[in-house]
Write a protein that binds this ligand. Sequence first.
Ligand code: BYC
Length: 472
Amino acid sequence: MSGIDYLERIPNNVDLKDNRRLLRALEEWQPKFLGWWRDMGPEGFQAKDAYLRTAVSVDAQGWAQFGYVRMPEYRWGIFLAEPEANRVIPFGDHKGQPAWQEVPGEHRGTLRRLIVTQGDTEPASVEQQRHLGRTCPSLYDLRNLFQVNVEEGRHLWAMVYLLDAYFGRDGREESEALLQRRSGDRDKPRILGAFNERTPDWLSFFMFSFFTDRDGKYQLASLAESGFDPLSRTCRFMLTEEAHHMFVGEMGVARIVQRTCELMREHRTDDVRAHGGIDLPTIQRYINFHFSVSLDLFGSEISTNAANFYTMGLKGRFEETKKDDDHRLKEATYAVADLDGDRVTMREQPALVSLNERLRDDYVADCARGLARWNQVIARAGVPFELRLPHRAFHRAIGCFSDVRVSPDGRVVSQAEWDAHRDEWLPTKTDEAYVASLMRPVTELGKFANWIAPPARGINGQPADFEYVRLA
Ligand code: BYC
């Protein structure tokens, strides 16, 4: 037995000290997690002090404590949002019954699968981002990357807690498997498509944090409605952290857009590549890629899985309890995008099997609000250009549009037309090589790479030139 005091190392509000079985399972898992973190976590910075936020409790003072820490020593804790007294299952066949405090036996396999799918994304994103530290545009951005990484690590802990505490031996096996799959690996890939894509540069990272982390927001919000109360409470706390990740993405892209517009105006040209900026059409192509890949994460438009998750009371809708209907949806319908020959149309479908598409609708509306804010940056600079979300049928690999080619404006096109325009619509090898050529580390205090504007303010009231990571 090592001399580590796990109760001290694992801040928690799940009474770990009184749950010997769980503590033993976590003691066994923690060194494997650390081994994974050393192998697959941020490359090259494990021994550096970073100014990070750690959650040590769920109250206002405790959930965001800032200080310098070396990442392998980060205190990955287990936190559930405070229980809601007399909470009932808000939807599905069990609606109105007391929320489950233990796993409902008949839904055990399905629930485990949902938790594993959620859990799998967390280490996957750390793996995808592990090389980025080497090319950071500033210490401020480097710190934000590490904050996102350690919190994804904590989200993995959150799911492992559920598996170990509630699913016995098969839960522990799943916890191990979460450390064994690898993003992009041919033989043991991560479960969902977007988490096997590469995140080779910081433009991709910011796009990922904006678009793919936002899928996290909507999936977690749906799981936060779950009748299985420990899952609901876990996800509610995770959502507070997710907000910062999307902030990093939104502001990252906004700062790139701002810098691009500055260069366009300063040099009176659209050709900002000549001046070391990232041109707006390239940014648009990255949007097209990351948005479409993230749309796939919501699953097929028509899904009996989604209907079952709902009917079983395991996964609700976004803001389920704020909706004013019967929360069973047996009779209701919902308008779903569909393919009619070579046209994209809308078709009324039973609401239960349409839940993936409904959540995707909520997500698309949220993305559109972020895009509008990027467009304000462009408009304020007086540049006549507008970024757009591509049509939801564009470049899809999951669901009814996966077999056809669709243009960003929503027309079904021939393979020949697709081939002729592909390089206008999606990042090209040349784009990627150009963006890669900009990725040179900037680590002087208060300095920022030429292709990105400094942030309006620093983290936790600190200035932009604060020593967010101590590299010396
Ligand atoms: N890639 O009925 P279907 C986050 C599979 S992100 C590969 O269409 P369903 C984060 C599907 O699993 C949030 N496979 O879909 C963000 C199924 O396989 P099985 C993650 C896919 O089941 C950034 C089959 O296709 N959380 O937190 O209704 C950084 C037919 O499925 C994909 C969750 O996803 C895909 N894109 O819905 C860090 C929540 N899509 O089961 C973290 C939990 C579908 O037949 N997961 N398939 O073998 C779910 O709710 C559901 O599994 C999904 C799929 C919404 C993902």
